[in-house]
Write a protein of this length. Structure first.
Length: 722
């Protein structure tokens, strides 16, 4: 029997219920993952359900792997084979088995973002589209929107009418579809779309897959779109149980198709569905939770639930009002520095912001205090240039598709120019064959170009022979490719980034060494599905990220910056009215509930060049229960008080005084520097004060720093001892 003694009453009900259809409304920090994994373990261990009859759908590879590990630890038997995968990985497995019904081969190619851009650029060139009005990314968005709306190329052309740019988009769309067919390639949109269409056209195929699964479980159900929901309903046949877990208050991806009404109206599609609400939060203190609850309660379109916690604390949520974004950044950096000095690791803290552009001043503030940080969600591992190059070389050992060939044929540079590639591409299209087949079998070139291409083909054929061996050592194959292709030599000459790129390739080699794939082809298929990779950081670093990127994460201490109307909530969302503001409020709810022990909310004043108006406090601040929040800083929420504020910079002195009082429980004065004082800064070193006015010290530092303006009370600055 699975031990359920650690579960509360509602969690236990969610794990053990016998109802065929269940909707679990899991509030932030309520133990959602524990409940979902224990549900699967309960079905296997206690209900004697065959593991391969269980399908669990997640939305990231990380979540799928975490779920597998948790379930394995709970089971007494090692014979564990439920289907736990992302929805895209699931579709690949289905299509690999049955796509021949749709006229495609089972070894179809999966296109990533760079592959799509390559085809779009090729289309513009072939169609002589020279306008710069639409970027490759714009064409890809257009293609994606048409596909998900199930609008074909002919209909798209009709809809374009006489508008030039729209007609060009429709022409590129038609070319893109034809090129996909020639290459037997599908992009990420196609994976779900083709599976849904295949089930619609071939009911016997759908019924076969319905018989595969007795239990279908879906995580993060609030984030699915209509097409994904159609697929889930297709898989959950009349004899299957459907179990969905999510939180309508955390639906923050409507911009990519998520529809909060899917989880809200689940009972309409499944009238006998049982709903269990998990409303005990194990993550946050009462003040943090009450703050999130009081804000989200203002949303009308939501399922009423009040999260509670037994984690009481005297610490209120702190709201800091700065006179500018620079002061906001300086205050945040100072507070983080202070918390770290008191023993809190940097990696236990995070700064969350609404949009990426907001990191500019924050980063400068952190650099001034020498706080190590990383921006979470930068360039992903498998999208880095050197990694993609290596993967395309590996693709030459299997599919040898045109997209891979075009990427690496002149990388490192071999003197193969665009004209050579165009000649090869045109010949391949005219013969209906791949570019590599033409290159290998036909004599199209002369002189140095011919010699170079022959050497390239010979090199690829050597790798292909090695890869074809049943017991091929993939790690050794990669080493051979990197050396004989010239990649290693090229990176050795790159004095700026060569070492960093070599380290990335070593990580790829480690990935190959650890793979469970039975062949290189299977490995490459799996890699094409990766959307993220957890990268361990040796250093203790503060994390900066957008609120969207923070979903699913938690930190001891969280700073949510730039809480201004027009920024958070976002200006575009505000222009959409209630629907847009409710989405932003859900985003604020997600941001606030990332914090376990301390939450800081900050907002700058001053004039916004982005909004072209003075900044005003976010409406979300006013929605917080006054009993749970402490307001400090220079700006006032009350407009009447703002009218009587002095125009002088004495506000900064108030700022520092209130900040110190919050930190130390007493009032403290900022440093009172005067012209000629010798000071020391943690980054810039020793300097001399050349002016000090309104709380800002102008200090001359030695070369290369020069004159800097720094808040006189900033923790990075101190008077030099005589």
């Amino acid at each position: 029997m699975i031990d359920t003694s650690i579960l509360n009453k509602n969690q236990k009900d969610a794990v053990l219920s016998d109802d065929k259809y269940l909707r679990i409304i899991a509030g932030a920090g309520s133990g959602k993952t524990r409940v979902l994994t224990m549900r699967i373990a309960h079905l296997i261990e206690d209900e004697d359900v065959r593991p391969y009859k269980i399908l669990a759908i997640t939305f990231t590879n990380k979540a799928a792997n975490e779920m597998k590990l948790r379930i394995e630890k709970m089971l007494t038997s090692q014979d564990f084979h439920p289907w736990v995968s992302t929805i895209h990985s699931l579709c690949v497995r289905i299509l690999r088995e049955d796509i021949q019904h749709m006229g495609y081969p089972k070894n179809f190619t999966i296109m990533d973002g760079d592959d799509q851009k390559s085809v779009v650029k090729e289309a513009c060139k072939q169609l002589a589209i020279t306008t710069n009005n639409v970027t490759p990314a714009g064409y890809i968005d257009y293609i994606s929107n048409n596909k998900t709306a199930q609008v074909g190329a002919e209909e798209a052309m009709k809809m374009a009418g006489s508008f030039g740019d729209d007609k060009d988009k429709a022409r590129v769309y038609a070319y893109y579809l034809d090129r996909q067919k020639q290459m037997s390639a599908l992009d990420f949109d196609d994976l779900i779309l083709w599976t849904v269409q295949m089930f619609q056209k071939f009911p016997d195929v759908k019924e076969k897959w319905q018989r595969r699964f007795e239990y279908v479980l879906v995580d993060e159900f609030q984030d699915i779109d209509r097409l994904q929901y159609t697929l889930i309903k297709q898989l959950a046949g009349k004899d299957s149980s459907l179990y969905v877990v999510g939180d309508p208050d955390q639906t923050i991806y409507t911009w990519r198709g998520a529809d909060v009404n899917i989880i809200m109206d689940f009972h309409k599609d499944f009238p006998h569905a049982k709903t269990v609400i998990l409303n005990e939060n194990y993550r946050s203190t009462s003040a943090i939770l009450n703050t999130a609850n009081s804000v989200i309660a203002n949303n009308v379109n939501r399922m009423k639930k009040e999260l509670y916690t037994n984690r009481s604390s005297d610490a209120k949520v702190t709201h800091y009002m700065a006179i500018s974004d620079e002061y906001q950044a300086a205050w945040i950096a100072g507070k983080i520095y202070e918390l770290h000095q008191n023993g809190l690791p940097y990696h236990d803290m995070a700064i969350l912001y609404r949009s990426n552009y907001l990191s500019r001043s924050l980063e400068k503030g952190l650099i001034d205090v020498r706080i190590p940080y990383i921006i979470y969600g930068g360039i992903r591992f498998y999208e880095r240039q050197e990694v993609k190059d290596a993967l395309c070389y590996l693709r030459m050992c299997t599919t040898a598709d045109d997209l891979a060939l075009q990427r690496i044929i002149n990388r490192p540079k071999r003197g193969i120019g665009p004209k050579t590639i165009d000649t090869l591409s045109q010949q391949a299209r005219s013969e209906g064959r791949s570019m590599y087949e033409v290159l290998k079998e036909e004599d199209l070139f002369t002189g140095k170009t011919k010699t170079t291409l022959q050497a390239f083909v010979q090199m690829v054929e050597t790798w292909r022979s090695e890869a074809a061996k049943g017991n091929a050592d993939l790690n050794r194959l990669l080493d051979e490719i990197l050396e004989s292709s010239g990649i290693n030599a090229m990176l050795s000459e790159d004095l700026e980034k060569g070492q960093e790129r070599k380290e990335n390739l070593r990580a790829l080699a480690q990935d190959l060494a650890n793979t469970q794939a039975e062949s290189l082809d299977e490995y490459l298929q799996n890699i094409a599905l990766y959307t993220d990779r957890d990268e361990e950081n040796e250093k203790d670093c503060l994390q900066l990220m957008t609120v969207h990127a923070a979903k699913g994460l938690e930190f001891d201490t969280v700073f949510v910056s730039d809480l201004n109307d027009g920024i958070f909530p976002n200006e575009r969302a505000m222009s959409e009215g209630k629907r847009g503001v409710e989405e932003e409020r859900r985003l604020a709810y997600v941001a606030f509930t990332r914090a376990k022990n301390k939450l800081f909310l900050t907002e700058p004043g001053g004039f916004s060049y982005i909004l072209q108006r003075p900044l005003s406090p976010s409406r979300f601040i006013a929605e917080i229960d006054p009993a749970d929040i402490q307001h400090i800083g220079s700006r006032q929420l009350n407009q009447e008080k703002e009218k009587h504020e002095h125009a002088s910079m004495d506000l900064f002195a108030q700022n520092e005084k209130m900040s110190e009082a919050m930190s130390h429980g007493e009032h403290a004065r900022p440093a009172n520097f005067k012209k000629g004082d010798q000071v020391s800064h943690v980054k810039f070193g020793d300097g001399i004060v050349i002016a000090c006015k309104n709380g800002i010290a102008e200090i001359a530092f030695p070369y290369p720093y020069g004159v800097k303006k720094i808040a006189a009370g900033h923790p990075s600055l101190s008077r030099k001892k005589a």
